[in-house]
Each structure stands twice: as structure tokens, then as C-alpha cells.
Design a protein around this ligand. Sequence first.
Ligand SMILES: [Zn+2]
Length: 564
Amino acid sequence: MLKQNKNDNASNRKSYVGKVYNIGEKEIKKSILDSLNPEWAKKHKEGYIHIHDLDAYGLTYNCLTFDILNAFPYSKYEGLSEIEKIISTFDFIKELVAKMGNEQSGGMSFANFDNDFATIFTNMNVNYKDKKDIFAASIRSLIIFCNNMHTRMGQTSYYVTFNIGLANNDFARFLAFTLIDEFYKSGSLVYKPNIVFKVHKGISRNKEDNNYDLLEKALLCTAKKMIPTYLLCDCEADKNIDPSKLSIMGCRTRVVDDLYGKQGAIGRSNIDNISINLPRLALESVRDCQSADIKERYETLKEKWKHIAELTKDILLDRFEKTCNSDKDLFPTNLEYNLWCEDFNTTDLKEIFKHGTLSIGFIGLTETVEIITGKKYWKDNDAYKLALDFVKFMRNYVDSQKEKYHLNFSLLATSGELISGRFVKIDKKIFDCEILKKDYYTNSFHVDVDSKIPAYRKIQYEGPFHIYANGGCITYVELAEAPLGNAVGLDELVEIAIESGVHYLGFNFPKDVCADCGTTGTFDYCPECGSHNITRIRRVSGYLEIQDFFTSGKMKESQNRKTN
Ligand SMILES: [Zn+2]
């Protein structure tokens, strides 16, 4: 199969355009760093923080949940036959994905693919009942487009997420079913787009609910393909929000509260995010504290974090201001289709972008607590209390900045594809300790990937953190192998997750595919044909990717994963 050198991004494939882009990207990143306040640039270079998508600094925002009902260009399809309307509408989705992939630095999401497109087709007088085959073929084609097109920046695939599950009529149910079904039936090497299933009481959660059959279908698909993941609308953090307004990016970004009145994700964005290297601050706290007193170390950690968070907040503000002063002509697709919650043509960029979130992220909570207390937070009650208290402390700070600057600051539990390895690499040059030897830091507040604790326990430990990470987070359950056919087992874990406060849940298992005969499972060589030509699909930073393309930190982490 296609081999490739080390990447900054697991979804990259080589091309000459990509090569040219990468050279330019490096130059731009360097010149942007040089243009920033030297103290900020220094903290980034020294690995205290990571400014994500640095090349896009001041040029564009991160990700967007499209206001598709507002954006849909009905007039373009007037006079077409029903079949032409179906084909053209799916072409339009692909067009949006391809154009927006180059207009913003991060992912794109559809909040209610099932209900919204049922509405759009109904508005165009398209009936699905005698055209199910055409719909199925169009959805299949859309899936293949998302999976196969590595054309963004000449090398990367598009980060697209379809949220479904709340379908409230037969047409919408048909679209949700078909999306899952076509994804289920797609080949072993089809692992995109991301599909998020919304679980909600009275609609899609319990046996008596109208869409419970869709949940069962989704779980069967997850058991085979790790997709969909699950947005748990009845969890503590989301239970009072209209579930149709909720939408998740595959990467986990959550946009809900808005100081300017547009609650929910639709037509809104994460503008930018910066992650803080927590273990570094913990290592420094231990070094700087004369005594081994945990309380003293913890207070030092909080002081250090606050200092870095202040600086991080300043960078986010600077970037926000610059993005608001960006050239509107850099957003031709937004101008053409109006995908935001404000009219893009007539509104100042600042009045549009103020609806977005500015996120302060963190990585390596488990390492941090272990450095401070000497214990794993999921093995010791006091350490667990400290872990929760620290995340709450970070959230309180973020909320205080929200009030102070009247902007939607949020706390992000960062997945950290690149930084999981980058931060450790730098920290190893300064510190020598056991915790650094595994060569990666654990994702956000997650329990260590090699904890081996049962799935339900992992869910119960991580659940209480979700309500604080209002900028996005996910809990994963690591399974030994594909739980084929065991939708009931997964459903039980979904229920435990809702009760534990989890707002977004994913199931991971190793998926190896024989490149010669297509056999799938978990193996070093193919049990059917003996081939050693194996493609390994794993989840990284929310999206499934081929392991050969992982960054070094994520490679180490995925090799260390033990089942729950
Ligand atoms: Zn084989």
C-alpha cells in the first residue's frame, strides 16, 4: 500500500501541490510567529502552549456548523426534475465541503442531516418513496467523496461530520437510516465521513421511542466500523438545551452558549483554540516547591497555569481581532451561501465572529495529577478530587474571561494529535522522569489508555469532567476487537455514559484490514491468505485514519492502548 514519511497530520497524502503548500505553510508559520509578541512566540516554541493552525492566524476561523436551512440555494434548482434535484443537492453538499475546506482551517458539520435535508427536499417537492435507490446511490457517492478526496491543500481529506438521530418524519428517518446503512455496507477501507448519532429521551433513546430502531442500527454500524459516535443530549451538561441545536464536530468541538443570543451550534464556529501543556507546569511545580507537600505543589500548579492562561487568553484575543479584520474576500463561499447565523454579506466580520468561541485547551491531566500527587487519579480518591477541582478551576477562569471581554471563551479538552508527542519531546530535554518515557501525553482528562479498567468504570471516572469542558470533550471506550453484532452491550454503555454525565461518547477497537484479500479483524498477518500487507485503521483526534500516517506521539499512544 501507499507509504509515506512522518506527518504532521494523519490524513495527509503526498502530492506536488501538497509539497508546495507545506513549504509555504512553514514560511507563513515562521513569519506569523516572528510577528507576534516575542513572549507569546517563545511560550509556543518552548512547548508551554500550542497555537493550533498557526498558518491560519488572523486569516480565518477554525470550524463551522453550517446553517444549511438558511443557506440552501433553492432557486438554482427550480425547473429541474425530481431526480435532477436529488443529484444536484448531493453535488451541492460536495461543493460546500470542497470549498469550505479551503476557506476555514478546521472541520465542518451538519447539525441535523436527516431532518434538514428532508425539509429541503420536501420544499422542492421531491418525494423519496419511489426514489429510494437514487437517494441511496447519492449518499454512497457522498460517503466515498468524503473518504477518498485528499484534495484539501493538495493532500488532506475533509473533516466532515453528519449529525443525525432526531428524525421527526418518515423522510428524515429514511435519510438517517440510509446514511448509516450505506456507511455500514461500504468497504473496510472507508472510514469517513464522521457520523454522530444524537441520543435523546422520547425520540431515540429507549425501546418505546420512534427512532430506537435507528439507534440499534447505528450501534450495529459502530460495532463494525467505530462510526457513528454518540452525542448524549440527555446528559447533565446538555439536558436543558434544544437537542436540534446541538451539533458536534468529529474533532469534538462543542459550541453551545452564546453571549449574543444564538444558543446552539448552528451557524456558529470555534474561532481559534490554544492548548496548554499541563504536565510541564506540574513538573515545574514539583521542581520549584521545596517541600513534598501536595497542597503546596497544587497551589503552585494553579499559579503557573493562571500565568500561562492569561497569556493564552491574550493570544486568542489578538487572533480574534485580526480574524475580524481579515479580508472578506477570503470567504467567497460564506459570501455566496450565508452559512453563518448572521448575514455574511451585510454584517461586519466582528459582528459575525463574536458568536464564535475562543477555546483554552489542555492535555495530560492524568500525568499532571500523577506528577503532583504520585498517584493516578483513577486509582485514588484524593487524587481524583484534585483532578476534578483543577478542571473546575480552569473552567472558572475561562468563565471569568468571558465576562471580562464579552466573548465566548470556552474550556476545551484537547485531543492533541500533534501535541501529544511534541510536548513530551520538549519536556524530555528539561526533565528526566519515568512519566515521560512513554513518549506521549494522554488526551485531555482521559484515564490512561493502558489502565485496563473496565469500560463502565472508565466512563464513570471521566463523566464528571464533561460538564466543565464546555468547549468540547469526548470519552472513548477501548475494546479488544470489533464487538460485531453486540449492539445491546454498546447500548448499555451508552446508558451508563448518560447517567455519568458524558456528553459525547465513542467506541474504539483495533481494525486491521488485509490489503490483499480484504479480511478484517485484529491480526499481525492475514489469517485467511497469510499476507503481511495489512492496513491498520485507528482513531486519532476524533477521526479514523490509517495508522501508518500517524504522528509519532499518536503512534506511541495507540500502540499502548489496552482494552477496558
Ligand atoms: Zn488476506
